[in-house]
Design a protein around this ligand. Sequence first.
Ligand code: GTP
Ligand code: MG
Length: 461
Amino acid sequence: MIEWDTIAAIATPRGEGGVGIVRVSGSLAVPIACQIFRSSRHVSAAELPSHTLNYGHVIRSSSGEVIDEVMLGIMRAPKSYTAEDVVEFNCHGGIVPLRGVLELTLKAGARLAAPGEFTKRAFLNGRLDLAQAEAVVDLIRSKTDLSRQIAIDQLSGKLSQTINALNDRLANLLAEVEASIDFPEEELDFMDLRAMRQTAQDILDDLDRLIASASDGKLLREGVNIAILGRPNVGKSSLLNTLLQEDRAIVTEIPGTTRDTIEAPLNLGGIPLQLIDTAGIHQTTDIVEQQGVERSKAYLDSADLLLIMFDSSRSLTDEDRELLHAAKIRKSVLILNKIDLPIVTTPTDLHTDAPQKPVVQISLLDSRGIEELKSAVHQELLDGDAIWGDSPIVTNVRHHDALCRGRLALGHAIESFTQQMPPDLVAVDLHSSLDCLGEIVGKTTTEDILGRIFSQFCVGK
Ligand SMILES: Nc1nc2c(ncn2[C@@H]2O[C@H](COP(=O)(O)OP(=O)(O)OP(=O)(O)O)[C@@H](O)[C@H]2O)c(=O)[nH]1
Ligand SMILES: [Mg+2]
């Protein structure tokens, strides 16, 4: 374990709450508790057993003033969050008692912690690797159960194990290549070269699979914008309300009811969505409506997925066909609404202008087809892949970038194998591929990158 100064911070959100926590970590943590905590049993904090919660008071020793009534948690190294001695004052959850307790810990020798510094210590002390430490932020920020589950998997080391296994295979390959540099007289025969090239190719294929998982990862982490578009009165706002299960947007039989965009968050089978209801697209001389239509049209380019809606009880207009045209080049699901009415427009009609696009027939009057619509959206977003498997999912942009660089270098190494280049050239590329993978778990990460990663954390984590 590395020795540092002792850090302290309020670990709970600012504001009123049942409990608020002041966390202290470092070699002075227990001595500080000895100074400012008076146990109800008159036992010094130094004598309290590790991993216990103890009732007592925080006292200003100069005046004997009671600052707060607390429960003191003691976790001695190395079995603590930071792998150092940690004490936690469970105070009353108000900013004044919390500040009072924090101030006393600082006076007694602690220093105010920087954002993420507790987790950084856990990393530097080897309790977590870097990918695991980053999962802590993902977990805190997860928007759905699925993104929480992926963060938990990453925190427990699922991604790190995969990366470490790839790392080991690369390192073994590199050792073989380097052996042939050191002992050139034992010349590599053709078979050796082929086997090494194949090993490199197998590793590259596994890297590709991980990289491919990143698009799902981005989706789960950042969520997607889904715009509902269509002519006036086709039922866009009704769809928003049905999906949200609340009367969020105004619905009337008058075309042009929605004049501005309405956004609302929605969790669709674990994918965090921002659902956007828009003004009906049509020609109009009303300047307010015109602006609304311009906004709607902007989503044709900017939304991650388009839900383009049509009234199945009416025939297609030129405006409908323009929308179908836009749908062709974008991720989109076509919706034929109002199938409770006599049907005039069918999926075949839509496919004339936008072949092969998924079409769902629904009625918002009797909620028919909604489940089919949800699964079509899921399918379209995830390109039909089931994301729930055994292999880890890359959700982090930094990891994705390192994997891509690692893949590129390995690709060069394979190229060199193919062209039977000198082994020292191959070794250079394998080295750089290894370094890239090492960055993910923090084996080869610069101080600068560490600083950037931990600054995203909140103070007290
Ligand atoms: N019969 C029938 N009527 C529906 C259905 N869905 C919506 N409507 C009706 O269609 C009318 C228009 O619905 P809205 O949801 O306001 O349509 P919109 O596309 O948001 O319209 P604008 O905001 O004007 O662009 C309302 O009277 C709804 O009750 C449906 O499935 N069947
Ligand atoms: Mg509307």
